[in-house]
Design a protein around this ligand. Sequence first.
Ligand SMILES: Nc1ncnc2c1ncn2[C@@H]1O[C@H](COP(=O)(O)OP(=O)(O)OP(=O)(O)O)[C@@H](O)[C@H]1O
Ligand SMILES: [Mg+2]
Length: 386
Amino acid sequence: VKIAVISQDKAYLEEVARILKGTDASFQPDLFVGDSDRMAAVAEQSHADLLVLDQICEDARQLAALEQLLPLHPGMAVIMLSRNQSSDFLIQAMRAGVREVLPAPADPNALLDAISRVQKRIASVASRAKGKVLAFIPCKGGSGATFLAANLGYALAAAEHKSVALIDLNLQFGDAFLFVSDRPAPFNLSDVVRQIQRLDASFLASSMISVLPNFGVLAAPDEPESLVTIKPEHIELLLNVAINHYDYVILDIGRVLDAVSIKAMDHANVIFPVLQLTLPFVRDAKRLASVFRALGYPEDRLSMIVNRFEKGEITLDDVEKTVGLKVFRTIPNRFASVAASINQGVPIVKLAPRDPVSKALEALAHDLVHGTGEHHGWLKGLLHLE
Ligand SMILES: Nc1ncnc2c1ncn2[C@@H]1O[C@H](COP(=O)(O)OP(=O)(O)OP(=O)(O)O)[C@@H](O)[C@H]1O
Ligand SMILES: [Mg+2]
């Protein structure tokens, strides 16, 4: 564990270092003599897992600076030793993301106890395998990306017993939760972003609609102002928290390519461009593929899904040649059952388990989890399956 300690008291720093090293050889304390103006540089340079601030940031203005700093270092926990123990101050410190506040001057042994508590929490998160991020993007409006994202999420949770978060990133016209839920969304992405300092697993879970105990949906914002308030940094933080707590994080990207959607796709293990077998879709798929190329996304991370598939004039071979990407899957065209599922807000796998679309979604979920099927080797590498 890398521990950075900032204090104005050199003797105290040395005593802490001595006790830390004497307790556990894996503790590597980095000591900094200084005040709150050193925080940003120390956080940046030390790559610490844990930052201890001794009698630093004890007023509201400095605490606000800390609050701005912490989202930039999501992997770093903070313990404060403070003479200020007023409840207002403690609440503000917790809001800023501080894990523990001990009264200062702190007995180094009390500090050691706090460090081992925080360390245990860090370890329990780190020992968990990180979740996989799957991004669905329509090559053109109405291709079925939202339907597939929402229903694949349900299939992974219901049939494969994985924990799944579906995050609706259609900031303007998001409606993904309505595909799998008939209830209104109590909170949405903009509520999370508004309180981003509070973001942790339980806050995220409580902001989602729980479709199943192991399947939650974070709805898209419902007011247009959030278009400007939601920033790529927020998405980064959100995904960092989500992959630590869910086996699969499914993103419904929408048609707008902007800084937010690109940040989201940067974090995806697999991107699924969704299209249908008509020329306008194929043309837009080709454009999208060239955008991906410009963004530097490797081809093996891009897996086209042909939705509403029926044999016709255009073949899958034609699509692959024109677009320059592999077709990973096809999903059959079943208007009546898909429309019934969407209209009722009931996942198709639940509403019509024998429908060919349900079968295709369950097979897709199975392959993603077990790495079976014809894309065996490819999936294994991409999703780090053992
Ligand atoms: N496999 C399918 N068979 C028949 N109809 C389908 C199928 N998949 C989707 N649809 C139809 O396509 C419509 C559009 O689907 P969806 O809203 O998921 O598309 P989208 O790509 O997310 O579009 P948008 O760009 O508007 O977000 C649905 O309302 C549904 O009726
Ligand atoms: Mg959509």
